[in-house]
Design a protein around this ligand. Structure first.
Ligand SMILES: [Zn+2]
Length: 61
């Protein structure tokens, strides 16, 4: 078991490596990382989908 002190902290919102859910290749562009789907693996339904709970709510509403 590795010493926890030797493991660098990882920001929960931005893991160092995001892999495509379909083909498993590492993703490098922000949009693909958010969707966790490579451009070549995304379909029309995947391109602009926003996950529930991640939409910004307007202040004052
Ligand atoms: Zn892929």
């Amino acid at each position: 078991m590795p010493d926890p002190a030797l493991i660098p902290p990882i920001p929960p919102s931005l893991p160092p490596t995001v892999r495509c859910r379909r083909c498993g290749r590492p993703l490098h562009d922000p949009e693909s990382r958010i969707l966790r789907l490579g451009r070549e693996c995304r379909g029309p339904d995947d391109s602009v989908r926003v996950l529930p709970g991640e939409q910004d709510t307007l202040p004052g509403l």
